[in-house]
Design a protein around this ligand. Structure first.
Ligand code: TRP
Ligand code: ZN
Length: 478
């Protein structure tokens, strides 16, 4: 039996603040003077083979022709990258499919495959600092990853009932394109997808172009801000595109099954207000567009794919909507630095989801809700969320004790400083990644207190710490 993900199982007045400026960056490290083989991983503690060493991707152009009924793809992914080390060879992550050809800067390159590692040997080595373009031509039927530790989802490219959707967190991006598959290497994307004309294609970012070829049609989507690979998505099927008026300048476009469009439009009616609320609280919405893609069947989960979260018919609920939207700031714009720190994504999104409800229902409502989760965490003796293994990436502790880390910080430093912390954390790490150590250091910096032991015990101690004394600012926000 599949167990539903925690978030779904569970979910049955503000002044914009000014972030504090960042300190000057330190100088880059010197590089070696010998040709090396790029590493097959970036040293992630949970997934050692995710990502690769020696280069930094700037842009992916994924051009695929898709046969929806047969679930076959063919095409090419072009990857513009900068070598960060002098490379004799380098790896990409790709699982399954048949690679037909690889070129580097237009010249055919040797390649070899071993599990998820695609090793590429260009005819001439790549100097550190060199910009180079790799084109991988491939075809086949993508097979999603079935991981016993994450049994609520098949990660990656899924085909079901005449529809296709991609939900990759954490590993699935490599099931449909060759990629440096770790969040530390974010890049911008162009997704150019060709399908039979009876289908509609949605993907990350903004729809730039539609080309009609008669019986087939090409959709070009552009994700102009950096994106982690686990957040890329493509949705293909029979959908209607619903656009909404915006008060913030963010384009709102949803993709709904035609027969459910009216009901779903009602259920997502607060989207513009939610974007405005989080923008005031945290900082400007990070991307150009936002909207939900709702599949015409239940999924048991929702995923915060960048600018276009994926929902099942069963997971469209106000709390989940607020959660996936909040992830656009925390998770997507500011991303976890490694997969043992999922609390940085899920604790933030869960707490921010509660702040949307606090805005509507008041501080006392929030406090009593948080206390109920505290008692549940205490009774269940859940492990600390700070360093999780593969079994616990999306466990209750990651969501609920993760949210409590933020609430405890707020109680300790008061609403004013907490708000300052949220917006500074966002401004400081936007478009990149942040670690638990970054989180603690910034809390110390913003509060001008040494909160290291306090936060460490909330994040890492087996025993749940006592609830902090409510600060002098209570009750202030309603
Ligand atoms: N990040 C998702 C959330 O909003 C949970 C999740 C993790 C997920 N991995 C997934 C959802 C894969 C769908 C597919 O909490
Ligand atoms: Zn989440």
């Amino acid at each position: 039996m599949r167990r539903p993900i925690w978030l779904v199982w569970l979910t049955i007045a503000l002044v914009a603040c000014q972030p504090i400026a960042a300190p000057a960056p330190s100088a880059p490290a010197a590089v070696l003077d010998e040709w090396i083989e790029g590493a097959p991983g970036v040293g992630d503690p949970v997934f050692p083979l995710l990502g690769n060493g020696g280069y930094d991707v700037q842009h992916y152009t994924i051009e695929l022709s898709v046969d929806v009924m047969r679930n076959e793809i063919m095409g090419a992914t072009s990857i513009r990258a900068e070598a960060t080390l002098p490379l004799r060879s380098f790896n990409l992550d790709l699982l399954g499919l048949t690679v037909e050809e690889v070129t580097v800067d237009g010249a055919p390159a040797h390649f070899a495959r071993n599990g998820q590692e695609l090793t590429i040997v260009p005819t001439a080595p790549l100097a550190a600092g060199a910009l180079f373009t790799t084109v991988v031509t491939y075809a086949g039927t993508p097979a999603p990853i079935r991981d016993a530790h994450l049994d609520f989802v098949d990660q990656g490219w899924n085909q079901r009932n005449d529809a296709i959707f991609v939900v990759s967190e954490p590993q699935g991006a490599m099931t449909w394109y060759p990629v440096n598959n770790h969040p530390i290497d974010k890049a911008t994307y162009t997704l150019r997808i060709t399908v039979e004309e009876s289908y509609i294609v949605a993907a990350n970012g903004v729809l730039r172009e539609e080309i009609d070829h008669g019986d087939r049609r090409t959709y070009t989507w552009e994700m102009a801000q950096p994106m982690a690979s686990y957040l890329t998505t493509v949705v293909i099927g029979d959908f209607v595109r619903i656009t909404e008026a915006t008060s913030t300048g963010v384009e709102i476009r949803h993709y709904f099954p035609p027969q459910d469009a009216d009901r779903l439009t009602q259920l997502f009616a607060a989207t513009d207000e939610m974007i405005a609320f989080y923008s005031d609280l945290i900082g400007e919405y990070p991307f150009d567009a936002y909207g939900a893609a709702v599949m015409p069947f239940p999924l048991g989960f929702a995923l915060e794919t960048q600018t276009l979260p994926i929902f099942g018919l069963d997971t469209v609920m106000e709390g989940v909507n607020a959660h996936e939207l909040a992830h656009q700031w925390f998770g997507n714009a500011v991303t976890l630095a490694s997969w043992d720190q999922t609390w940085l994504n899920e604790g933030f999104a869960t707490y921010l989801q509660r702040l949307w409800l606090e805005r509507k229902l008041g501080r006392a409502f929030l406090e009593s809700g948080m206390r109920r989760y505290y008692e549940m965490l205490a009774a269940m003796k859940t492990p600390a969320p700070g360093t999780v293994d593969a079994q616990n990436l999306f466990s209750m502790s990651v969501y609920e004790r993760g949210a409590w880390v933020l609430h405890a910080l707020r109680l300790r430093i008061g609403d004013e400083l907490f708000r300052q912390f949220l917006c500074t954390y966002y401004a400081r790490f936007k478009d990149g990644v942040a670690s638990t150590e970054d989180f603690i250091a910034l809390a110390n910096e913003v509060s001008r207190q040494d909160l290291t032991d306090f936060l460490r015990s909330w994040i890492y101690d087996e025993t749940l710490p006592p609830i902090p004394e409510i600060g002098e600012s209570f009750p202030s926000s309603d």
